[in-house]
Design a protein around this ligand. Structure first.
Ligand SMILES: [Zn+2]
Length: 298
């Protein structure tokens, strides 16, 4: 009996002892999971809804994702309609007030940067998946810094007790990141003014940051695969112009890019769409890899 009581009191102690209050973060894309990791360290439990090999425009709002969203204190997504095909449904099905739009638990990274290609008139009739402007903002490291500034403040708002901790981590991240930006800039000097072609307008912010000139995009409208007649038109449009490379994003078929490569002699450069967060890669390691692949093109 004595022995049983002892076990019982031990169990009660385990159940009622104060455990560290973790903030559950649901990131729509791995880049925001990785950024949250930088800013929140061990105060956060982070889940990424997608991997670097998935097209974030199109995933399924499957039950396991809904269950994860139900446990989230903070949703960190891109916004700008990148997740419009699945996130609204996921939020509705989760039925969780804390993470709905316009709540502190709902953070959209694109709200904190200047967006490119914002259409003057909203028109989805052509299947445009960038109806609110280009959402792939994470491909410019300057944008990462702007989002980091907003995200650490949001973490501090949600988890006031640890606000000093988030501020300190942000300051250390900012210092490291600014230093990396300088290094990446120096390394990529050779890419300024280089002519390129892209498949999807995935790398718009990166191209702009590096000063590369996009002569053509293979998709006629973002999210719409090029027909052979469209490809022929692009080829004609490019004649007489020297192209350094055809930029490709890892999650889409590279057939159109390979076709153009055969026609023009320019190499296809496949860049990883984002951080391989599941494998422990950091944002800075991902950028290192992107820059390495670009600079390696002879
Ligand atoms: Zn896109």
């Amino acid at each position: 009996m004595k022995y049983l009581l002892k076990i019982l009191s031990l169990l009660l102690l385990l159940v009622f002892s104060p455990v560290q209050a973790d903030i559950n973060v649901f990131a729509c894309e791995p880049e925001w999971a990785a950024l949250a990791q930088e800013l929140g360290g061990d105060k956060l439990t982070i889940y990424s809804a997608t991997t670097a090999m998935q097209d974030p425009h199109h995933i399924q709002a499957r039950p396991s994702l809904i269950a994860k969203a139900r446990r989230a204190d903070l949703l960190v997504c891109t916004g700008a309609e990148l997740e419009t095909g699945w996130l609204p449904l996921l939020l509705r099905k989760s039925g969780y007030a804390k993470i709905q739009q316009n709540q502190p638990g709902n953070f959209a990274a694109a709200d904190f940067v200047d967006k490119h290609d914002v259409p003057e008139k909203l028109d989805r009739s052509m299947g445009d998946v960038h109806a609110e402007g280009n959402p792939h903002i994470h491909t410019n490291p300057e944008n990462i810094l702007l989002v980091a500034d907003a995200l650490y403040k949001r973490l501090a708002e949600i988890d006031v007790d640890n606000s000093e901790y988030y501020l300190a981590r942000y300051q250390s991240f900012e210092k490291k990141w600014k230093h990396s930006i300088e290094q990446w800039k120096t390394k990529t000097d050779v890419l300024r003014g280089v002519n390129i072609v892209t498949h999807h307008t995935y790398w718009t912010y990166l191209n702009d940051w590096l000063g590369m000139r996009v002569l053509a995009t293979l998709e006629p409208v973002p999210g719409v695969s090029p027909s052979s007649s469209h490809l022929a038109k692009v080829k004609k449009q490019l004649s007489q112009q020297e192209i350094k490379m055809i930029l490709h994003v890892s999650y889409v078929s590279d057939r159109p890019s390979q076709w153009l490569a055969e026609q023009t002699g320019a190499p296809v450069v496949a860049l990883p769409a984002t951080v391989d967060y599941q494998d422990g890669q950091t944002l800075s390691q991902w950028f290192d890899e992107v820059i390495r692949r670009l600079v390696d093109v002879k």
